[in-house]
Design a binder for this molecule. Structure first.
Ligand code: NAD
Length: 480
């Protein structure tokens, strides 16, 4: 049995209380590893190691910090296959997806911020004959990074890399549901020669290991990605301590499909945006709104596409849908399928748990599921399901589509499908959504601000926004 360890002060260490949690493989339901069930004592050791490492790390020239981050990126690329297999085993996602998306993106996160730190300049505001004002951006200090289970290494590194690049030391906690690649990352950090204590990875549950991070007075900022309820709890705990907060939370994203779109492309991409990673991406579009004149042709082609999404062993190349991340999450998603039926939804596809044979007989598989006939304000259309379940609905006017699209408490991402340039911009500006894709989905340029409006979060990650988040600006004025 694989025993994962914490990474504290440059060492791989057991939790001080000696307690471990079972970690099952979603595709089989079998426990394949045990992870540290860390507590406040382990977090305290991690914070102490980070504080000890901080003075030297923050003074290291940005190029040298960057070189180390680029080295970690290279090691991730070298180990791509091993990491992809581990991510798939831990999360249930098809290994092909981890190989094409999760692991390459984790490598890019380190390469991007390793080099970005070298181009991150402070501002100077010169008032001729009066004053010179300049801004120093100090690293914040020791920061906490907490991430979810859906894109484990991808999101973990998306926080850690900019924090390290900005000169901060980090205490990080991956999701207890998918800890494996974070553990492998700690091995790669040791191999890369990252100085001891600069990055510390503490495994464990939210209440056990996460809570002591958000409460710790020496931790100056929390960068969190996860559910809106957890984000609210973190804000309630950390805000009165005046910690800086970046909260990337849930979504209930709309796809707006207008009659003048490229229908084939809109269908193809909507299939991906609905069901990639079994619908467990915060950016997945789960409410598909289609202009009435093309509603039937869209539906027909979309359902034909859904029929081709093979649910199977994540290790097999032909599997398009892997397992959901846990039995508990599968039950939650299935409860929404029941709710959709109670709310009057017509089931167009899926709706059932999938029972596979052999190795995967105990896995958490679900058919990709499509409903229509649900009102825009019912719970199925307002609450985040975070699984392979989408609703289709026709609309008649742009105003109606916008009212529906904006009618939830969330505002993370949206897609618009149209060939009308004016409409594309007009609708994009009217959407209450931090990210809008026009005729595409999940196109990511790491320089762009990433984050949500309304209950989808506070603050933005990505590019200069992330480097600014992890620094404290100090304005200095010299009288001339
Ligand atoms: P979650 O909120 O249950 O857990 C996220 C992390 O927070 C885990 O590491 C967990 O252990 C930790 N945590 C839980 N309680 C804590 C506490 N009291 N103190 C400190 N840490 C605590 O979320 P999840 O179920 O892992 O992830 C799914 C959610 O994440 C969905 O809502 C999804 O939309 C959201 N998400 C958002 C984005 C985004 O960028 N906006 C990206 C991916 C996922």
């Amino acid at each position: 049995m694989l025993h994962l360890l914490n990474y504290i002060g440059g060492q791989l260490v057991a939790p001080h209380a000696g307690r471990y949690l079972d970690n099952p493989e979603p595709a089989t339901g079998q426990v394949f590893s045990r992870i540290p069930d860390s507590d406040a004592h382990d977090v305290q050791q991690a914070v102490a190691a980070a504080e000890a490492a901080l003075p030297a790390w923050r003074l290291l020239p940005a190029e040298e910090r960057g070189r180390l981050l680029v080295r970690i990126s290279e090691l991730i690329e070298r180990d791509l296959e091993r990491l992809a297999q581990a991510e798939s085993q831990d999360n249930g996602k098809p290994v092909s997806l981890a190989r094409a998306v999760d692991i390459p993106r984790a490598a890019s996160n380190f390469a991007f911020f390793g080099t970005a730190a070298q181009h991150f300049a402070s501002e100077t505001h010169f008032q001729e004959g009066v004053a010179l004002n300049y801004t120093v951006r100090h690293p914040l200090g020791v920061v906490g990074c907490i991430s979810p289970w859906n894109l484990p290494l991808y999101l973990f590194t998306w926080k850690i890399a900019p924090a390290l690049a900005a000169g901060c030391c980090v205490v990080a906690k991956p999701s207890e549901i998918t800890p494996y690649t974070a553990f492998l990352l700690s091995e790669l950090c040791i191999e890369a020669g990252l100085p001891a204590g600069v990055l510390n990875i503490v495994h464990g549950t939210g209440p056990g290991a996460g809570q002591p991070i958000i409460e710790h007075p020496a931790i100056k900022a929390i960068s969190f990605t996860g559910g809106t309820k957890t984000g609210e709890h973190i804000a309630r705990t950390a805000a009165p301590m005046f910690k800086k907060l970046s909260l990337e939370l849930g979504g209930k994203n709309p796809n707006l499909i207008f009659a003048d779109c490229d229908l084939d492309e809109a269908v193809r991409t909507s299939l991906r945006s609905s069901f990639a990673n079994q619908g467990q991406i915060c950016l997945c579009g789960s409410r598909i709104l289609v202009e009435r004149s093309i509603y039937e042709p869209f539906k027909e082609r979309f359902l034909a596409g859904v029929a081709g999404l093979t649910v199977g062993d994540p290790q097999r190349a032909e599997s398009r849908q892997g397992a959901l991340v846990s039995e508990a999450h599968l039950q939650k998603v299935m409860s929404y399928i029941e709710l959709a039926q109670q709310e009057g939804g017509r089931l167009l596809a899926g709706g059932q748990r999938v029972q596979l044979e052999g190795r995967c007989a105990g896995g958490y598989f679900l058919q990709p599921t499509v409903f229509e006939g649900l009102a825009p304000d019912c719970r199925t259309n307002r609450e985040e399901i975070f699984g392979p379940v989408v609703t289709l609905a026709p609309f008649d006017t742009e105003e109606e589509a916008l009212t529906w699209a904006n009618g939830t408490e969330y505002g993370l991402a949206a897609t618009i499908w149209t060939r009308d340039l004016n409409r594309a911009h007009r609708v994009a500006h009217a959407l209450h959504s931090g990210i809008v894709w026009i005729n595409t989905w999940l196109h990511r340029d790491l320089r762009t601000p990433f984050g949500g409006m309304k209950n989808s979060g506070v603050g933005r990650e990505g590019g200069v926004e992330a480097l600014r988040f992890f620094t404290e600006p100090q304005s200095i004025t010299v009288k001339l």
